[in-house]
Design a protein around this ligand. Structure first.
Ligand code: FES
Length: 685
């Protein structure tokens, strides 16, 4: 097609792309010629309706043109039939039928764009450009004749080449086995689902249906965590989530944290395979569950993207995680993985469904962090952002447009309520929020399952079934921070005695003291205490987190960050103010701390919807500067300083503008002085 200025001018909106095309050019062809994103599944045969456009008529001073009533050809028989049978919205035309006859302005509505933008619901308005790896193509295939010698699949390939300019198509045996029947049933008209491979001209047939298939294809975005597995069923046409489901990771029975799972596999021959089987079974059950929940035929699930930490990654893929358990923590591969789902025994989705696993950033920083980077885009940030994904291991990203750095820090499970005397998982009955009156030192709290504070009428009714059973991760952070603000705990993390603090809730406990948060022992219920050992466990965890951040800041050559993003399901529940009182991350203005919810899951969804996003994160992971905390010389010093609440030396000026921390100091016993604490052992993940 040549551009002659005597030819009609076509202007497409909203892209603004414009150019001259010869009179008689189909709108769909003009769009392709000008690089306009206009969908077509049927290749212009007037049956899929994906190519709908809305022409505009009249004066367009902005564009300097007048669009006459006859700028497009009159409705033809195909459009009339389509309108009669299926109905076309007012003002719409089929782009593959309408021909350009004069200057015209043509709007491409969002649903006709292949790469439409989907704005995420979350606060930051990140848009996802729909560009899924698997798409549908309707083709008409030449029938075989006695004189022809080509096979049916070769003629399918020719049809894809001639009708969609797609080359390099392969088909697995399962498709070749069904192909001939489907072609004949569809009278040589079929719809194929093609999966775009990692390289150009690499397409694979995933499925094939007789005639035109109009139903959507589906994909799974899976966040495979060490504790829970969360999966979203995503419509590959528009990126919307149809259903979500989660299960506990069944590997928990082999060890709560990741290192204990690595140890299990080291000490039990075949233990890694046991864990591999367990997680694959759980994934199959999740797929079935999502299908049941949504009514979607699981055969129509043609893709999955999984994000996970390196140990989960290896165990899922059936790779022994042994090397991840010891320095230098080398993963078997840190590149992305593209394989058929059946290679990891996921048989409940489409038999030819494909799996993509994001690349690992480093031996301790997984594909889940890569997904967080994809969702939060630190490399596009004008200001310096610290992203903290809090879990058994904290994974940290620090960066801006110039450079992004990453590390993982061995926080251990204390921040999730584990290793805490009254700690428990976030479940009904768990204390999740705490306030302590700084004068009376009396606490009140909220438990999961009730919206009321414990001193409000109706609270007892709310918790009739669950009771008050323990403290979950967000609760332990709040109670320790509140104890510090109320002067029950000093800067070194020591709990004072009843005399020192002025409350009988501080009771002797061996050589230390504990704070009585809730006592239901008179009714046979639990006595929920915060012990000195609990505070120490929290100090160790938060010091590791803070020291990791400080290490990244040192490497970057900065003494502050501009904002903090808390990622991870746990991050979503942390109170930023209490986290800052504890000194979990460097001091910033409180309004510069934001929770990003499950950013890893969001990153998985973005990668599922966009092959371009996959390429983007593969590039980014290669250029992220990875810092290994286990061998960093200054980590220990940073760790010791961070043992203070909020810190032994850092001034925390922003925090002091909103909270006054009492200058209390309780007798530090030589056994409990934080300077004698050792850094925790590395925990993988
Ligand atoms: Fe299918 Fe126009 S491209 S109806």
């Amino acid at each position: 097609m040549t551009d002659s200025t005597n030819d009609p001018l076509v202007i497409f909106t909203p892209s603004g792309k414009r150019g001259h095309v010869p009179a008689g050019t189909k709108v769909l062809d003009a769009a392709r010629h000008l690089g306009v994103d206009l969908d077509s599944v049927c290749g212009g045969r007037g049956i899929c309706s994906k190519c709908q456009v809305t022409p505009s008529y009249g004066e367009f001073p902005k564009h300097g043109i007048h669009v006459a009533e006859d700028a497009l050809s009159e409705w033809n028989r195909v459009e009339e039939r389509y309108d009669r049978v299926r109905g076309l919205k007012d003002g719409r035309r089929l782009g593959c039928q309408a021909e350009v006859q004069g200057d015209v302005v043509i709007d491409v509505p969002p649903e006709s764009q292949v790469h439409r933008q989907v704005v995420r619901k979350e606060a930051d308005k990140r848009t996802v450009h729909m560009d899924p790896a698997t798409r549908l193509f309707y083709i008409e295939v030449e029938e075989p004749h006695l004189a022809t010698t080509t096979g049916d699949f070769q003629r399918v390939k020719e049809a894809l080449r001639d009708q969609f300019r797609i080359e390099g198509v392969t088909a697995p045996l399962s498709i070749l086995g069904r192909l001939q029947k489907v072609l004949r049933k569809g009278e040589w008209k079929v719809t194929v689902a093609l999966h775009k491979g990692h390289r150009d001209h690499e397409w694979q047939v995933i499925d094939i249906w007789p005639g035109l298939r109009e139903d959507n294809l589906w994909g799974l975005a899976i966040d495979l965590g060490s504790t829970t597995i969360a999966a979203h069923l995503v419509n590959l046409s528009d990126g919307t989530v149809e259903a979500s489901a989660g299960v506990m990771n069944p590997q928990i029975r082999y060890g709560e944290d990741l290192m204990s799972r690595v140890s299990y596999s080291m000490m039990n021959p075949g233990g890694d395979q046991e864990m591999t089987r367990a997680v694959r079974k759980a994934l199959n059950e999740l797929v079935t569950n999502l299908g049941d929940q949504s009514g979607v035929d699981t055969n129509d699930i043609v893709e999955a993207v999984i994000v996970c930490n390196p140990v989960m990654h290896h165990l899922l893929l059936g790779i022994d995680p042994f090397e991840l358990g010891q320095a230098p923590f080398a993963p078997a591969t840190n590149e992305s993985i593209s394989i058929p789902l059946r290679e990891i025994d996921i048989t409940t989705a489409n038999i030819e469904g494909q799996l993509f696993i994001l690349p690992i950033i480093a031996g301790h920083v997984g594909a889940d962090s890569a997904a967080v980077a994809l969702a939060e885009e630190p490399s596009k940030s004008d200001d310096l952002v610290l992203i903290v994904d809090v879990g058994t291991n904290a994974e940290l990203l620090l960066g801006d447009r110039e450079q992004v750095l990453a590390c993982s820090s061995p926080t251990g499970p204390a921040l999730e309520g584990a290793q805490i005397s009254s700690g428990q998982r976030a479940a009904p009955g768990a204390i999740e929020r705490v306030e302590i009156d700084p004068v009376t030192k009396e606490p009140r709290f909220k438990v999961i399952g009730s919206d009321r504070w414990s001193d409000e009428p109706g609270f007892s009714m709310d918790i009739t079934h669950s009771g008050i059973t323990g403290i979950c991760g967000s609760g332990i952070i709040e109670v320790v921070a509140e104890m510090r603000v109320a002067g029950i705990v000093d800067k070194h993390g020591l709990i004072g005695s009843a005399e020192q603090t002025g409350t009988a809730r501080c009771v002797p406990d061996g050589r230390t003291h504990s704070y009585l948060l809730h006592d239901d022992s008179a009714n046979g219920g639990p006595k929920i205490m915060v012990t000195q050992a609990d505070i120490r466990a929290i100090q160790l965890a938060k010091s590791a987190l803070y020291a990791g951040a400080e290490l990244l800041m040192e490497e970057k050559g900065v003494d502050h960050v501009d904002r903090v993003v808390l990622a991870g399901a746990f991050g979503a529940h942390i109170s930023p103010k209490h986290a800052m009182i504890l000194g979990m991350f460097p001091d910033v203005p409180l309004d510069r701390v934001r929770s990003a919810g499950n950013a890893a899951g969001t990153g998985a969804r973005i990668a599922l919807c966009s092959v371009a996003a996959r390429a983007e994160i593969e590039h980014e992971v290669r250029v992220i500067n990875k810092i290994e905390t286990a061998i960093a010389p200054n980590f220990q010093d940073f760790f010791v300083g961070a043992n203070g609440i909020p810190h032994l030396t850092a001034p925390f000026e922003n925090l002091s503008k909103i909270v006054t921390l009492p200058q209390v100091e309780f007798n530090a016993s030589p056994h409990s002085h934080p300077r004698r604490r050792r850094r925790p052992e590395p925990v993988e993940g």
